[in-house]
Design a binder for this molecule. Structure first.
Ligand code: SAM
Length: 229
C-alpha cells in the first residue's frame, strides 16, 4: 500500500489524539510555558491573532478574552481537533476555528498582528515553508511566537522522536532562529521558558525515563523563538 502523504498522516494521527481527549488535556501540560510567553507578547486589546496548531482550542479561547476589540483564529490540520474546539467555544464572538495546514494557511496576506504556535512546529513537514507562510499572513510590524519543547539543545526530550507515530524535526535553537531570518523576519531571537511545575516523586508516563529526567526536562525549559515582520 502506498504511504500516506505527510499532511494526511498528521491529520489522521492528531484526529486520534483528539478522540483520546488530548486536545483538552494538553492545556494542563502546556499552560505553564504558555503563560509567560503571553506576558512577553504584550497583547493589545485590538490584536488580530492566529494560533497555529491550536489543538482543542484552549489557548485560542484565552487569547480571545484578551483581545475584546480584536479577533482570534485557531487553525489546525486535524479536523477532529477543530470540531472539538468549535464545540467547546459557542459563546466566543471574536473567535473562529479553521481546518488548515501551516504550509498553506487559508488566510489573506497581512491578516494578523500576532501569530503564536505552541508545541506544533516540529511536526510541520516543511518548517521553513510554514514560517514563510506565517510571515505572509502577518502585518508589517507583527510578531511570531513559536514554543517548542522538542529541540536539540534539550537532551531530556530526544527519546520522543522514536515514540511519536509521525515524523518530527529535532532542530537546535540556532537552526529554528535562522529559519525565521531566512524567511525575511527581523529581530529573530530565542530564549528558554522554564516550566516551574514540580515533577512527581514517581513518574509512570511513557515520555520520560523517570521523574528525574522529567524534572531535568522542565528545568532546561521550552524553546521560545520569536521574530518581527
Ligand atoms: C502537540 S499538539 C499541541 C496542540 C495545542 N497547541 C496545545 O498546546 O494544546 C500539536 C498540534 O499541531 C497540529 N499540527 C501538526 N502539524 C500541523 C500542520 N502542518 N499544520 C497545522 N497544524 C498542525 C496537530 O494537529 C496538533 O493539534
Amino acid at each position: 500500500m502506498p504511504k500516506a502523504k505527510p499532511q494526511e498522516q498528521l491529520r489522521e494521527e492528531f484526529n486520534r489524539w483528539a478522540e483520546a481527549g488530548k486536545g483538552e488535556s494538553m492545556e494542563h501540560e502546556h499552560w505553564p510555558i504558555t503563560k509567560p510567553t503571553l506576558e512577553l507578547m504584550q497583547i493589545a486589546r485590538s490584536d488580530m491573532i492566529l494560533d497555529v496548531g491550536c489543538g482543542g482550542g484552549w489557548l485560542s479561547r484565552i487569547l480571545s478574552q484578551r483581545v475584546p476589540q480584536g479577533h482570534v483564529i485557531g487553525m489546525d490540520i486535524s479536523d477532529e481537533m477543530i470540531e472539538r474546539a468549535r464545540q467547546a467555544s459557542p459563546k466566543f464572538q471574536n473567535l473562529e476555528f479553521v481546518t488548515g495546514a501551516v504550509d498553506e494557511i487559508p488566510c489573506d496576506p497581512d491578516s494578523f498582528s500576532k501569530v503564536i504556535s505552541v508545541e506544533s512546529s516540529y511536526y510541520w513537514p516543511d518548517p521553513a515553508k510554514g514560517i514563510r507562510e506565517i510571515r505572509r499572513v502577518l502585518q508589517d510590524g507583527g510578531s511570531a511566537w513559536i514554543l517548542i519543547n522538542y529541540y536539540r539543545d534539550n537532551p531530556y526530550c530526544h527519546q520522543w522522536g522514536e515514540k511519536l507515530a509521525v515524523p518530527t524535526h529535532l532542530l537546535s535553537a540556532d537552526e529554528w532562529t535562522a529559519m525565521f531570518r531566512e524567511a525575511g523576519f527581523m529581530k529573530a531571537a530565542h530564549r528558554r521558558i522554564v516550566d516551574p511545575t514540580p515533577a512527581p516523586e514517581i513518574y509512570t508516563g511513557r515520555w520520560f525515563r523517570d521523574a528525574k529526567q522529567l524534572a531535568e526536562f522542565r528545568a532546561t525549559g521550552a524553546l521560545l523563538v520569536y521574530a518581527t515582520k
